[in-house]
Ligand binder design. Structure first.
Ligand code: FNR
Length: 424
């Protein structure tokens, strides 16, 4: 992953040389095969949760279709023997314009979950955005990453004390930016999850940032205004309860069960995890509680992009949550140019949702993104081969991008601009 590069990418060479000795890649190179193989490594519940989108999944399709509308026009004889993929962002240098999107509940596909992803991201030097819905506390992930870059993604809870606590912890464990995800003030209508009536959070999965938080622990003792919903008790309920107790931190199944804390944690989480009442004015609170750059994730409208800058935000991530929230929503690549124009270079604009290879990264950059974030693809790598699987997926993306860039006649990121594309 060193820059600049003077030889064809080493990773590509390694794959072919291994093949010469009969060793095939453990993690598929082709995205569709990657998805298929990952499915075989997952429970039906995990696959529905990770693969699925909202409604008819038409936003997921739109995310892909928009990439197909643009074509790269390669240029020749430009001496691309040295290729520099590096990116300057918020005073830091990253090896490539690629970050790992925050993805929650990774324990559904791998025991080591976020820790495995953190290790792989740091092996590649790529920034990992810790999810607010992670399966491991941010401190545990940061501990395996050395000084490799990491950001923290925040879901703005109904408790501002909890918001402040999350941000403080993120600062303490070395996160260098805060990403506030705005598009999930409520869970979208996720057809596949609803069809099997499964939500991992009810089993206490994906709430490690909360159960490890001192403010949340205190909040758990407060009585909720809304009484818990009535449940039909079946054998499945008992199974869910067992999962819930297992997911709760600490040793001793029965002492955890008797304490009632695992159930309280899930109940408190479901009542406070998001705050649909949030408005632009609330962003001040965050500004007062951190000096770190703050980015807004989920921006799709140029007017919202302008507002973000006017409210002192430091960056924008154009995202539709991988098509998991609003079915029929604008694709992110379609939204990107107008957001970039509205921002007018005042803050960096990143994008995610539907990025599946090097050409996609190239096209997003050509349309004005500073960097892209990758979601599901690394989760599929994690499902197939844990830390090594994530690393392989990241290496595939970086190598594919490096080759696309060089073969298109670009030596560095500033060579990638609107004129390198045509809309066919
Ligand atoms: C997500 N995403 C997400 N976003 C976020 O801000 N916090 C989160 O906890 C999660 N959790 C999550 C779980 C799963 C299973 C998926 C697939 C996605 C959205 C994520 O950050 C990103 O926006 C999308 O994954 C990008 O789209 P692709 O690349 O997956 O198509």
């Amino acid at each position: 992953m060193k820059n600049p590069k003077t030889a064809p990418p080493a990773w590509q060479k390694e794959i072919y040389l291994n093949g010469f000795s009969g060793i095939k890649p453990t993690v598929n190179i082709d995205f569709h095969l990657l998805e298929e193989t990952a499915k075989k490594h997952m429970t039906p519940e995990a696959f529905a949760y990770i693969f699925g989108g909202a409604g008819f999944e038409s936003t997921m399709s739109a995310n892909r279709q928009e990439f197909e509308k643009y074509k790269i026009i390669p240029r020749m004889l430009r001496n691309v023997s040295e290729r520099d993929l590096s990116l300057e962002l918020f005073g830091q240098t990253f090896p490539a314009p690629v970050l790992l999107s925050p993805v929650g509940v990774l324990e559904m596909v791998n025991k080591e979950a976020d820790v495995a992803v953190g290790k792989a991201a740091s092996e590649c030097g790529l920034p990992y955005i810790f999810s607010n819905q992670s399966s491991r506390p941010m401190e545990s992930v940061a501990a395996v990453m050395g000084d490799s870059p990491r950001w923290f993604q925040l879901y703005w809870s109904k408790s501002n004390d909890l918001v402040a606590s999350f941000v403080q912890r993120a600062e303490k464990c070395g996160c260098s930016a805060i990403v506030v995800t705005l598009d999930t003030s409520m869970l979208g209508w996720r057809t596949r999850d609803l069809e099997i009536a499964y939500l991992p959070f009810l089993e206490g999965k994906g709430i490690a940032q909360y159960t490890s938080d001192p403010v949340f622990q205190k909040l758990m003792d407060e009585v909720d205004e809304d009484p818990p919903a009535k449940r039909v008790i079946t054998a499945q309920t008992i199974n869910g309860l067992i999962q819930m107790v297992r997911s709760y931190p600490g040793k001793g199944f029965f002492s955890k069960l008797i304490s009632g804390r695992p159930i309280k944690a899930v109940q408190k989480f479901t009542s406070i995890y998001s705050n649909p009442a949030l408005t632009w004015e609330d962003l001040k609170f965050l500004r007062q509680h951190t000096k770190l750059p703050v980015l807004l994730k989920g921006i799709l409208h140029s007017e919202d992009a302008r507002k973000a800058v006017d409210h002192g935000m430091d960056g924008i991530i154009v995202s539709n949550h991988g098509g998991r929230q609003v079915d029929g929503s604008i694709s992110t690549l379609e939204a990107l140019p107008s957001v970039v124009e509205a921002v007018g270079g005042r803050v960096p604009v990143l994008m995610d949702s539907g990025v599946r290879g090097g050409a996609d990264i190239f096209k997003a950059l050509a349309l004005g993104a500073k960097a892209v974030c990758i979601g599901r693809p690394y989760v599929y790598g994690l499902a197939i081969a844990g830390q090594e699987g994530v690393k392989a997926v990241l290496q595939n993306f970086l190598t594919d991008f490096e080759l696309t860039m060089g073969l298109a006649g670009c030596k560095n990121l500033s060579d990638i601009h609107r004129e390198t594309l045509t809309q066919g």
